[in-house]
Design a protein around this ligand. Sequence first.
Ligand SMILES: Cc1ncc(COP(=O)(O)O)c(C=O)c1O
Length: 489
Amino acid sequence: MQKIPTNSSSPAKTELPLDLTGPHITAGASAAHRLYQALCETIVSGLIKPGELLPPSRALAKQTGFRRNAVVTAYERLIADGLADATVGSGTFVAARIPARAAEPNKPKVVVEMPGQGAFALGCTHIDERAVQRFRAFVGRRMRAFGAEHLHYGDPRGSGELRAAIADHLLSARGLRCDPDQIMLTSGTLHALRIVLSAILRSNDQVWCEDPGYPAARTTIAHCGYRAVPVPVDEHGICVANGRIAAPSARAAYVTPSHQFPLGVQMSMSRRLELLDWARQAGAFVLEDDYDSEFRYDGAPLMSLAGIDRLQRVIYLGTFAKTLFPGLRIGYCALPERLIADVTAARAALDRFPGTLMEGAVADMLNSGAFAANLKRVRKLYREAREALAETLEAKSDRALSVPVPSQGLHLVARFDPSIDPSVAAQAKRAAGAEGWLLADTYSRARPLPGFVLGFSGHAVPQLVASAERLARESRSALRAKSRAGRRA
Ligand SMILES: Cc1ncc(COP(=O)(O)O)c(C=O)c1O
């Protein structure tokens, strides 16, 4: 016989506070299920207390208009879940102890920061309607041909078809010759970084990171339990000599050689060779993040670092986030032969293998020429946006800002004179309501240069010009305010 709760002598409530329509109710579910959900909600939210007697099934049927059978079924489920107890002849009670939610204090609200789309926001891209149409058609065709054979567990590196298309693209666009076997599909650059590092490093190992550099990569490296060692960047790229002093036994270096993020420096050939020499001597690997090389506006790009190295010590990281759509979440890495087995095992241990549905359609985009056509259209838009932004900032800031025009990429850097306090940039950005970044936010240890990192891709030119005028104006006035305060002090 079940134990009767202590306050079982209290009379049953004649009417229960029940919400039969709220978000906790599954629309279209059976009456018994909806009643069960409403009872659960009432009990766990504390509207009826532990040990209290529930109304007889007949009474609850009358209150709710449901059949008595439905009430009995709902009560049985409550008992099975441990939310209620029943004793023959005494009725059904709320359990003496019920699961935690009822006793929980107000839960803190979870705030999820979403990437913005406001003035100069980085990471915005132009989603071209023609590209979307082609992609939709390819997905449709693939979907119609989708069979059981596509729904099994698959290769941890992803679809062979897309890997072959990427190998062709890398050879023609980046001078990187590799076999499709060396390519692994990932859900973007940071995912690739995480998988590769987990295969080549042990926890607490050091990784050289450019300073200033890409904050998200530093965060990923730290999240994985490795130590990001900031290494300064000069006009040739990462300062290998400083890296050798700061962390001679680092096991890896994460770099953006084609277009240093954020400064835009192209790593010189002598620095590339120096970096590769270090990697060979130290038995380390270089992770080349080639995030924006497809957006080259002036002159031909240098061959990728991985191309120069012939994928010996360099691991190449690429993404379709900019060249197609960020929402695809498809990126890839190209691996030295000697790492294929370990990186594949690391991938299998992390999340087995990538989903298959979209990969075929991305291969179709590459193989049909739709990818190249999209790039051509989008590159033209971004070139115009880059020029409009750089010109407006230069012209309207009255020389307060210097704006080197980047030869590739989706953002530019606008700088105050290095003698200016970085707080001037922060003040101007706030006053202008701009969303881009402060240059200072990309630094770890080196002395930050005062200025901004401003995205121009995916922003309409008229808005970009208006925002640039505002930022230039606020930069001038923040500068004036600072020099007035300096004179008074
Ligand atoms: C330096 C750098 N690398 C890589 C990426 C792309 O990351 P993902 O492929 O994860 O979208 C970005 C995106 O803005 C970036 O700025």
